[in-house]
Design a protein around this ligand. Structure first.
Ligand code: BGC
Length: 397
């Protein structure tokens, strides 16, 4: 976790004073020009409309964010869910590369966290318990004996306050939510701010910030299921992926890290050279059997030393030519191949989502860190600011 003791700008919510604007411009200049084939539309902007209401009558909105290159992100303030991500292929054809539902009803029914912000703690906490400053805390067990993705009513199921912004650095949304002391069993009032910025360099930048009034674990991430060939069209097994990670955190039968940092070398988890996702997914390797495929936290090699994200992953779909790069300041990345999708979910346009129809690259701290003092700490203390940045950069080849 990157911790910055100054929290003066947090929750300011004024887009004109947005502290990220300069950083975004600087970052953008670091990356080469995109190879995207779509012709620029010049229609950079953001539009808001209703996305329906929750059963208790709370209104929910849908924001459509577009950049001048023709990329479009639609996001709702319910769970901060990215509902769709329309990106050109090498011929310039736009397709939606994010799994999800056509309407709010789908997200309220049964969703495996499609597109959502995950918090207060991404991934599993063993037995839904941790001890902090001598006190034991109990969380809801919503994954066998474990707590996963923040509990029964995680950040994916709350309505965030949303404010739109448009600057020379990009267009997007500032989402804020205060998680109350004791919510889902976690200590402290946690003020959280997640900013989505779509730049003209075809980057979807996610900035996370949080402050607390009591020490608490925090591990925020984003749970989009990508399919670079277009959602619902096929599995992702022919996508080729490179992970800049020479170690991963092996898990036990309940998918809790054992504490070991194991070298990927010589295992089917070695993606240090670009390899088809499906090439070894059925290998007779204990970790793949336990995960029913890939469902592992990889240790990002080039740990970010400051606030500049480092390249952690690069995925290419050879047919469409679409490329997704993931840059992050986080020490870990959960690579999940939609193993639990089993054809029982019908998503957008009647598409049935079968096993491996999407992949997730969730940038994060390691799962179950509160019970692993040897892992980088996820404890945020009063006076500190949790800050992290992830960039999903889209291009074609
Ligand atoms: C986890 C998977 C889980 C999925 C949906 C991923 O982050 O690693 O085990 O099935 O989220 O909950």
């Amino acid at each position: 976790m990157m911790v910055n003791v100054s929290n003066a700008h947090l929750m300011e919510g004024d887009s004109m004073k947005h502290p990220l604007a300069l950083a975004v411009v600087l970052l953008a200049s670091l990356f080469p020009r995109t190879g995207l084939a779509a012709s620029p539309t010049g229609k950079q902007g953001i539009k808001k409309k209703s996305f329906g209401t929750l059963p208790d009558g709370t209104p929910v909105d849908l924001y459509t964010v577009t950049n001048s290159q023709g990329i479009e992100i639609r996001a709702t303030n319910y769970g901060g869910i990215v509902v769709s991500l329309r990106v050109p292929d090498k011929k310039g054809n736009l397709d939606d590369i994010a799994l999800g539902f056509d309407d709010l009803k789908g997200y309220l029914a049964n969703t495996p966290y499609f597109g959502a912000i995950i918090g207060r703690y991404g991934n599993r906490i063993a037995n839904g318990k941790f001890t902090l400053d001598g006190k034991e805390y109990s969380l809801a067990k919503n994954n066998g004996p474990n707590s996963i993705h923040g509990g029964l009513n995680g950040f994916n199921k709350v309505v965030w306050h949303a404010e739109q912004f448009q600057t020379s650095a990009g267009v997007g949304l500032i989402l804020t939510y205060t998680s109350k002391d004791g919510e889902e069993g976690y200590p402290g009032n946690l003020k959280t701010k997640v900013t989505y910025t779509l730049t003209d360099k075809n980057e979807w930048i996610i900035d996370y910030e949080a402050v607390t009034d009591k020490a608490t674990p925090v591990n925020l991430t984003e749970h989009t299921y990508f399919n670079l060939a277009g959602e619902g069209t096929s599995d992702v097994l022919r996508h080729e992926m490179q992970l800049k990670a020479s170690r991963f955190t092996p898990v036990d039968q309940k998918l809790i890290p054992t504490g070991e940092l194991r070298a990927v070398k010589g295992t089917p988890l070695d993606f240090t050279q670009s390899t088809a996702i499906g090439a070894r997914i059925d290998s007779d390797y204990e970790q793949l059997r336990l995960g029913h495929g890939y469902d592992h936290n990889f240790v990002v090699d080039a740990a970010a030393k400051n606030s500049d994200p480092v390249l952690a992953a690069r995925v290419k779909d050879p047919t469409s030519g679409r490329v997704l790069e993931v840059y992050t300041t986080q020490p870990g990345i959960q690579f999940y191949t939609g193993n639990f999708l089993d054809g029982t979910i019908t998503g957008k346009k009647g598409h049935v989502y079968k096993q491996h129809y999407g992949f997730c690259l969730e940038t994060q701290h390691f799962p179950d860190s509160p019970n692993h003092p040897e892992f980088p700490t996820t404890i945020l203390k009063p006076g500190q600011t949790y800050q992290s940045r992830t960039i999903y950069k889209m291009s074609v080849e």
